[in-house]
Write a protein that binds this ligand. Structure first.
Ligand code: AMP
Length: 281
């Protein structure tokens, strides 16, 4: 079922809650791929009723980012989401979500200051605000997020903890193409030669993982290695290569504990991100 209004979603949720059905939410911006579908399938395993929201959220895009160009295909998304187990697709308009100028924002400090927060000021404020709105509208028992956006998972988990949202965040592993490229709606922007260059993101991370497995613990050495690998291709314009503690998202010098190795690279006009998360002894 396709629903466009908040009122209608609320009515349907009420009926489900009355019947003691559990509700899972998968927030997306649409143009669905296997990464999104893996979240929907997981939500279906865990819950009686699954809502997939499809909303390209203007307030999480910067002025020079791709809000207008972001790929959209609701008919295709609807079919894919239903096939994967969704019961309801919530696709509000911008006017439905933001009928007046918004003056209330949710902001998670600290965790938003490193990594993508450095190059996309205001992005996470837009994400936490819209996700908080979706949580209030849907009141899910569980909400599903991909580790592809590792910082987002961490920021939203903190928001849920700090603001006492009564739900569980379920992080889900990154789904990749056969050749390693992390799936992303933005991959459609890539021309054939750019698509080849994009492989260096996952390749450099996997090679770094091997270095770490072999005993390398010095963050600078690993970052230098990744940077050098990416720089072999002049199409790769590095935004950042970082190694942080996954609990604090602060840069670390020596790898220990729960470690996030993350990078953002621009290829042509397309900004891509990827990461690996490792427990390092
Ligand atoms: P988006 O539509 O890009 O905002 O993504 C919606 C959700 O799907 C987010 O929780 C993403 O982290 C997740 N997601 C996107 N790409 C992948 C992927 N390749 N593997 C797993 N989850 C993903």
């Amino acid at each position: 079922m396709l629903v466009k209004t908040i009122k209608e979603v609320r009515n349907i949720i009420k009926q489900n809650k009355l019947r003691e059905k559990t509700v899972g939410l998968v927030p997306t911006m649409g143009y669905l791929h296997e990464g999104h579908l893996s979240l929907i399938r997981k939500a279906k395993q865990d819950n009686d009723f699954v809502i997939v929201s499809i909303f390209v959220n203007p307030i999480q895009f910067g002025p020079n980012e791709d809000f207008e160009d972001y790929p959209r295909d609701l008919d295709r998304d609807y079919k894919l989401a239903i096939e994967a187990g969704a019961n309801l697709i919530f696709n509000p308009s911008v006017e439905e979500m933001y009928p007046q100028e918004i003056k209330t924002f949710v902001e998670v400090r600290d965790l938003t200051e490193n990594l993508c927060g450095l190059s996309r000021p205001g992005h996470f404020r837009g994400v936490t605000t819209v996700v908080a709105k979706l949580f209030n509208i849907v009141q899910p028992d569980k909400a599903y997020f991909g580790q592809k956006d590792a910082q987002q998972v961490s920021v939203i988990s903190k928001m849920v903890q700090d603001l006492n949202f009564d739900l569980e965040i379920v992080p889900c592993p990154i789904v990749r193409e056969n050749d390693g490229l992390a799936m992303s709606s933005r991959n459609v922007y890539l021309k054939a030669t750019e698509r080849k260059s994009a492989l260096l993101l996952s390749q450099s991370l996997f090679q770094a993982q091997e270095l770490i497995n072999k005993g390398e613990r010095n963050a600078e050495n690993i970052k230098d290695f990744i940077t050098a690998t990416l720089q072999k291709d002049e199409k790769c314009d590095i935004d950042y290569v970082k190694i942080v503690d996954f609990d604090t998202l602060k840069d670390i010098e020596i790898l220990k504990g729960n470690v996030l190795v993350a990078l953002a690279v621009k290829i042509g006009k397309t900004r891509l991100i990827d990461n690996i998360i490792m427990e390092v002894k």
